[in-house]
Design a protein around this ligand. Structure first.
Ligand code: NAD
Length: 514
């Protein structure tokens, strides 16, 4: 996590003169009072550009109290009114997508086109949530017994929380809050402390759209704020996206405190290339999916599994494409890949190049040779390609989360499948082939939650649900789409009879249906 500043002496909180990003509680910005804050960097320059308040337990509890108080009225708001507000939110985010994207580029570092892509995928979730009248329809069975009908309704849970990672500061919150509030819940967002501005900007748009105060709140901070959420009795459910160790902690602590939890973790996504694949197409796809957003995507391709004699021409084709990738600050026209999120993370990513080589991998492209790595104060690292990687190597065993693509060479399809299925993660995977039968077999065999067939980044559209298997997800329900609606509601079944008083009698037998 980001370094946490020590509490300043009274009155010193704003001494740096930097803009302070505040919490958003009850429809307004609220300055932090804990005395704790963290730095927000501009990753392209390496400078601390802003600071963000870190909530105390009391401040997080206050946001939860406000959300709890707003819940009865929001829950009772008609579906039609909630739908109207969701449409307005969707339109405002669409209208202000450049501003949202600019926040992402400034604090995350991703290039403008990629930031706009993130907003577009988030918008899909807002659009899905405008269908809430249809999504909340229950079921009805008439005459289950004489004069008796049964129906099922779905009701919101209450206050729900979302804890989100640095790599999608706008889209992942939208994965969560769109469906959560459309279903009638009130929401607490604890965004990443590394790039928190987009969350407050979105909160302002939600208010402008007419969302009542207290329905959507943002609490910034670190473990203190997260633990307050996990232990508070009025928080009914927690959605989390982040690294696997924290996902496991959130799941275990949240469920131990009686909450419904979905916690999405890390990934190591393999792209299998069969010998019959179109090599140029596979190489284009692997390069795009490995280095886009500097590899800081949970669905990035991090391992190419080259099957049989495809390996040599494929690695040559990958290597050939790398010098053409334009690396630079996200706001600069033409930049295709920006910096990493922090210096600490950049250095950790680079350390896997050293360890890979020392354990026998071949470094075919070394990102440390890029001029911006040595000459810029920004957190840049060029693109790297490690060939001849094997499953025992540290660089293979860990999620690197940076612009490093690894190639594992295997002799045949069964070895490729075994490699993917033995991996601790199961977020996404792809297979590149011209053989429909082989692709279908892979879809059948593989223990991974999201599969691409000649599609390198198979992020489901908003009307399906997103989620990995194994250590990539803790919990029963995937995120957004139909499973998102299920997560943010619970079912209630009503058995009703409107009898003719003339037929009433005492009957101590167990209720019968026939
Ligand atoms: P992270 O786990 O460090 O942080 C995620 C959130 O948890 C942040 O809000 C952070 O403040 C909070 N947090 C961090 N440490 C905590 C602690 N000890 N106790 C309580 N809360 C804590 O993740 P990150 O570095 O922000 O994001 C990158 C990770 O997220 C990668 O592992 C990536 O694969 C994963 N990710 C997964 C998906 C997915 O859908 N599976 C999507 C995006 C990112």
């Amino acid at each position: 996590m980001t370094h946490v500043a020590e509490p300043p002496a009274a009155g010193e909180g704003q001494a740096t003169g930097l803009e302070r990003i505040n919490h958003w509680i009850n429809g307004a910005r609220v300055a932090g009072s804990s005395g704790r804050h963290g730095p927000v960097y501009n990753p392209a320059t390496g400078e601390v550009a802003r600071e963000v308040d870190f909530a105390s337990t009391d401040e997080a509890n206050e946001a939860i109290r406000v959300a709890h108080e707003a819940y009865p009225a929001w829950r009772a708001t008609s579906i039609s009114k909630r739908t109207e507000i969701m449409f307005r939110i969707r339109n405002l985010v669409e209208q202000h997508r450049e501003e949202v994207a600019a926040h992402l580029t400034r604090e995350h570092g991703k290039v403008r086109t990629d930031a706009l892509g993130e907003v577009a995928r988030g918008l899909e979730n807002l659009e899905f949530a405008t269908g809430i009248p249809h999504l909340l329809k229950g079921g009805f069975s008439e005459q289950v017994s004489s004069g008796i009908d049964v129906y099922q309704i779905r009701q919101p849970l209450g206050v729900v929380a979302g804890i989100t990672p640095f790599n999608f500061p706008a889209m992942v919150p939208m994965w969560m809050f769109a469906n959560a509030i459309a279903c009638g819940n009130t929401f607490i967002l604890k965004p990443s402390e590394k790039d928190p501005s987009a969350s407050v900007y979105l909160a302002e748009l939600l208010k402008e759209a007419g969302l009542p105060d207290g329905v959507f709140n943002v609490v910034h901070g670190d473990k203190v704020a997260v633990d307050a959420i996990l232990h508070h009795p009025d928080v009914a459910a927690v959605s989390f996206v982040g690294s696997t160790p924290i996902a496991r902690y959130i799941y275990e602590t949240g469920t131990a405190n009686g909450k419904r939890v979905q916690a999405l973790g890390g990934a190591k996504n393999h792209m299998i290339v069969l010998p019959d694949a179109d090599i140029d197409m596979a190489a284009d796809a692997a390069v795009s999916a490995a280095y886009g957003s500097a590899g800081e995507r949970c669905m990035a391709i991090s391992v190419v599994v080259a099957v049989g004699d495809v390996a040599d021409p494929l690695v040559d084709a990958l290597e050939e494409r790398l010098p053409k990738i334009k690396i630079g600050p996200g706001h600069e026209e033409g930049s295709e890949m920006g910096p990493l999120i922090t210096k600490e993370h950049r250095d950790k990513v680079a350390s896997y190049l050293e360890s890979g080589v020392s354990q026998g991998a071949t470094l075919r492209a070394d990102g440390r040779r890029h001029v911006l790595y040595s000459e810029s104060q920004g957190f840049f690292l060029g693109v790297s390609l490690l060939d001849n990687v094997t499953p025992e190597m540290e660089c293979y065993r860990n999620e690197i989360f940076g612009p490093v693509l690894e190639v594992v060479r295997v002799p045949d399809y069964p070895s490729a499948l075994a490699l993917v299925n033995d991996n601790q993660y199961g977020n996404g995977t792809a297979i590149f082939t011209r053989d429909g039968g082989a692709a279908r077999q892979y879809q059948f065999d593989v223990n991974v939650g999201m599969v691409g067939i000649n599609v390198p980044i198979p992020v489901p559209v908003a009307y399906y649900s997103f989620g990995g298997w194994k250590a990539s997800l803790f919990g029963d329900l995937h995120m957004y789409g139909p499973e998102g609606i299920q997560f943010y509601t619970r079912g209630k079944v009503v058995t009703a009879r409107w009898p003719d008083p003339g037929t009433s009698s005492v009957d101590l037998g167990f209720p019968r249906t026939r």
